[in-house]
Design a protein around this ligand. Structure first.
Ligand code: ZN
Length: 159
C-alpha cells in the first residue's frame, strides 16, 4: 500500500511538474506611464533553480494576478520570456492598464524543468488607483501659475 502511494506520488510529480514547490521571490513595484497606465516592475530570483539561468534550465514565462480582496484572484495573460535572462535576479515589466479601485498584485515564474513557482509576494503588494485628486491639484497649481505668468508679462504694457 505504501509502495503504491509512493509510486502514485512519483507519477503525479512526473506528469505534473508544477507540483514541485519553489519560490521565485517576486518583488513588485508600481509606477504610472505617460498615459496613466499602471506599470508593474517585477524582480524575480531564479537562484533556487539555476544561477545563472542556462539553456537547459531557465525561466520561460511569467504571470501576474490581481485581487480586490486578497482571496479571489484574476489571472492576467501569461507573458513569454523571449530571451534567457543573463543573471539569476532579473526584472520584467507588466502593464495593468488603467487601474480603478485599489488592487493587490502577485506574480509567479515558470521554469522549463520544474513548472510554475508559487505566487508571491505573500502578502500581496498593494497597487493604488491612479491618484486623480493629486492630478487635479497639480493641474490647478499649473493653471494658477500660468495665469500669474501671463499677468506678469502684461504688467509692462498696462503701465
Ligand atoms: Zn527549475
Amino acid at each position: 500500500m505504501v509502495v503504491v502511494a509512493a509510486l502514485l506520488a512519483m507519477v503525479i510529480l512526473v506528469y505534473h511538474p508544477s507540483a514541485y514547490a519553489w519560490n521565485s521571490s517576486p518583488q513588485i513595484t508600481n509606477s504610472l506611464d505617460g498615459s496613466g497606465n499602471t506599470v508593474l516592475t517585477i524582480q524575480f530570483d531564479f537562484s533556487q533553480m539555476s544561477d545563472p539561468p542556462t539553456a537547459s534550465h531557465h525561466p520561460t514565462d511569467f504571470q501576474v494576478r490581481t485581487s480586490t480582496d486578497g482571496s479571489s484572484w484574476t489571472e492576467q495573460a501569461v507573458v513569454h520570456i523571449t530571451s534567457i535572462p543573463a543573471t539569476t535576479v532579473f526584472t520584467v515589466t507588466y502593464s495593468l492598464g488603467k487601474v480603478t479601485g485599489d488592487l493587490q498584485a502577485q506574480a509567479r515564474l515558470n521554469c522549463n524543468v520544474h513548472g510554475w513557482s508559487s505566487w508571491g509576494p505573500d502578502p500581496a503588494v498593494p497597487v493604488p488607483e491612479f491618484p486623480f485628486g493629486m492630478v487635479t491639484v497639480t493641474s490647478l497649481l499649473l493653471l494658477v501659475g500660468s495665469l500669474l505668468l501671463v499677468r506678469g508679462k502684461r504688467l509692462p504694457y498696462s503701465s
